[in-house]
Design a protein around this ligand. Structure first.
Ligand code: AHR
Length: 507
C-alpha cells in the first residue's frame, strides 16, 4: 500500500477558482456543430434547431465558457459567410478539415445557443488568411450597439443588443505547419500586436489572447513565446497553451501522470512570459489561457485531414471513444489546471460534442456521456471559492516518461460562503492502492459530505449509446473522519473527489 499525507489550511490560498477554467470548445469540425449542438429536425430540437438533449448535458457538464469557431478551422474562415439569411449563405470549402461548410450555423446562431446555455463566448479571429481589418469588422458586428454599417447589419439579422464579447483569441496555433497561414513568431507577434491595438481602439477593456506554441514538443517552443511576447507584451493579456495526451507504447503509468507534463508546460511558459516582462521592466503579468486540452488518440484519428475529391458535410472526425483510464487522466489534468489558478485564468477542454468530446450524439438519436464527462462535471460543480496550496508528502512512483513522481496528486478548494472544502485526488499507480490522510488545520472539520471515485477497476470500460452508464462515479466508502483529519483509500489508477464540511477557525 502506498501512502500520502495532504495538509490543507484555508489560510494558505493560491487564488480564487477562475470560473473560466471550466471552458470548452466548439469548432466547425466534424460533427461538433452539425448533428452535435445543432440539428434541425431532431426530436429534441427547438425552433432554432438546437438539440435539447445536448443542451441538458451541457448544463449538467457545468462548462462556463465556449471557444468558437476554431481551432484550425478559423484560419481560413470568413465570418461574414455565417450571418444573414441562411438561404443566401455560401457553401465553402473548409481547408482545415477538408469538409464542406454549409454556413447554416454562424455567429448569430452561436450567440443564441450560448444564451440558451447561459455561457460566455471566447471568440477567435482569423489571422491565417486574414488580418486586422477583418478582425475589427467582426468586433464591430458583434459588439457595437448600432449606427454603423456592420452593427446595423447585426441588428437587421435579429440581434438588437450588442453581444459584449470580452475574451478574444488572436488566431490559432499560428506556429503550426498544418495551419492555413502559418507565420514566423516575429511576423505573428507583430500582427497580433497590431490587431490588438486596433481592437482596443474600439474597446480598451477587451481581454486578448496571443497564440503560444501548438504544443510543448514544437521545435520552436520557448523561442516562439519569447518572440511573440517581445512584439505583443503590452497589447495582450494572455498567452495560449494547447496539449493533448494519449498513452505512448501502452505506457499506462506515464499516461496516468500526464498532469506532470501539464505542470511543467505551464511553469515553463510562465517563466518565459515573466522573463520577457522583466526585460521590459514591466509590472504587468501575462496570464495563461490553456484553451485546448484533453486526451486525444491522435495516432488512431490522424490529425491530418482527409484529402481527395470528396468534401463531406460534417463527417465523423476525431470521434474518440474514451475509457475509464482516460477519465482518470482528465481528472488529473483538471487538478493541474486548478493548482495553477494564479496564472491559468481560462481553459477549454477540446472539444464539447462528438469531436474528442465528453458528450456524444447520434444523428436523429440519443446524446450520452463519455467517461471523461464525469470528472469534469464534478470538478466544475464543486471546485468553488479559493484554491488551497496543498502540502503533499508520501510515496512516489517511477514513470518512464517523467521519472519519479508523487504516487498521489491532489488539489483542494475552499468555499468560505458554504463552508465546503473539496479535495480532488488521483492515484497514478496502476497496481497499488494508496492510503491517504487529509489533515486540516486553520478550520474545524465538521463532517464528510460525499466521496466518489472513478476507476480502480475496468480501466478499459467505455460508455456507449446503448450502455451510457458503464463508467460513472461510485461512492467511496473508505473515507472516515478522525478529529482534524480524513482517511481514505484510493484504488489503483483512480480519480476521487472528497467533499467535506468545515468552519473557519476564528482565532
Ligand atoms: O481540437 C482539434 C484541433 O487541435 C484544433 O482545431 C487545433 O487548434 C488543434 O491542433
Amino acid at each position: 500500500m502506498n501512502t500520502a499525507r495532504l495538509s490543507l489550511d484555508p489560510r494558505r490560498r493560491v487564488a480564487p477558482v477562475p470560473r473560466r477554467l471550466f471552458g470548452s470548445f466548439v469548432e466547425h469540425l466534424g460533427r461538433c456543430v452539425y448533428t452535435g449542438i445543432y440539428e434541425p429536425g431532431h426530436p429534441t430540437a427547438d425552433a432554432d434547431g438546437f438539440r435539447g438533449d445536448v443542451l441538458a448535458l451541457v448544463r449538467e457538464l457545468g462548462v462556463t465558457t465556449i471557444r468558437y469557431p476554431g481551432g484550425n478551422f478559423v484560419s481560413s474562415y470568413r465570418w461574414e459567410d455565417g450571418v444573414g439569411p441562411v438561404e443566401a449563405r455560401p457553401a465553402r470549402l473548409d481547408l482545415a478539415w477538408h469538409s464542406l461548410e454549409t454556413n447554416a450555423f454562424g455567429l448569430d446562431e452561436f450567440m443564441s445557443w450560448l444564451d440558451r446555455a447561459d455561457l460566455e463566448p471566447i471568440m477567435a479571429v482569423n489571422l491565417g488568411t486574414r488580418g486586422t481589418a477583418e478582425a475589427v469588422d467582426l468586433l464591430e458586428y458583434a459588439n457595437h450597439r448600432g449606427g454603423s454599417h456592420l452593427a446595423d447589419q447585426r441588428r437587421a439579422n435579429g440581434a438588437a443588443d450588442p453581444y459584449g464579447i470580452r475574451l478574444w483569441c488572436l488566431g490559432n496555433e499560428m506556429d503550426g505547419p498544418w495551419q492555413v497561414g502559418q507565420r514566423s513568431a516575429t511576423e505573428y507577434g507583430r500582427l497580433a500586436a497590431q490587431t490588438a491595438k486596433a481592437m482596443r481602439r474600439f474597446d480598451p477593456d477587451l481581454e486578448l489572447v496571443a497564440c503560444g506554441s501548438s504544443h510543448l514538443g514544437m521545435p520552436t517552443f520557448g523561442s516562439w513565446e519569447r518572440d511573440v511576447l517581445t512584439e505583443a507584451y503590452d497589447d495582450v493579456d494572455l498567452i495560449s497553451l494547447h496539449a493533448y495526451y494519449q498513452p505512448v507504447d501502452d505506457d499506462l503509468p506515464s499516461f496516468l501522470a500526464s498532469a506532470e507534463d501539464m505542470d511543467r508546460y505551464i511553469d515553463a511558459v510562465t517563466a518565459i512570459a515573466d522573463s520577457v516582462g522583466a526585460i521590459r521592466r514591466s509590472t504587468k503579468k501575462i496570464m495563461i489561457a490553456f484553451d485546448e486540452w484533453n486526451v486525444w488518440y491522435q495516432s488512431a484519428t490522424p490529425s491530418t485531414p482527409p484529402s481527395g475529391e470528396d468534401w463531406p458535410v460534417a463527417p465523423r472526425l476525431l470521434e474518440d471513444h474514451y475509457s475509464v483510464a482516460d477519465a482518470v487522466v482528465v481528472g488529473g489534468l483538471l487538478i493541474s489546471l486548478l493548482r495553477h489558478s494564479d496564472r491559468v485564468t481560462a481553459a477549454c477542454q477540446a472539444q464539447l460534442v462528438n469531436v474528442i468530446a465528453p458528450i456524444m450524439t447520434e444523428p436523429g438519436g440519443s446524446a450520452w456521456r463519455q467517461t471523461i464527462f464525469h470528472p469534469f462535471a464534478r470538478t466544475a460543480r464543486h471546485a468553488r471559492g479559493a484554491v488551497l496550496d496543498v502540502l503533499r508528502d508520501g510515496s512516489t512512483t517511477t514513470t518512464d516518461r517523467y521519472g519519479e513522481v508523487a504516487a498521489v496528486d491532489a488539489v483542494s478548494t475552499w468555499d468560505d460562503s458554504t463552508g465546503e472544502m473539496t479535495v480532488f485526488l488521483v492515484n497514478r499507480v496502476t497496481d497499488t492502492p494508496a492510503e491517504v490522510t487529509v489533515d486540516v488545520s486553520g478550520a474545524q472539520l465538521t463532517g464528510i459530505i460525499e466521496c466518489v471515485t472513478v476507476g480502480g477497476t475496468d480501466l478499459d470500460a467505455r460508455n456507449t449509446a446503448d450502455g451510457p452508464d458503464h463508467a460513472v462515479p461510485r461512492p467511496n466508502d473508505t473515507a472516515q473522519q478522525a478529529d482534524a483529519a480524513v482517511r481514505l483509500t484510493l484504488p489503483p489508477a483512480s480519480w476521487t473527489m472528497l467533499r467535506m464540511r468545515a468552519t473557519e477557525a476564528t482565532a
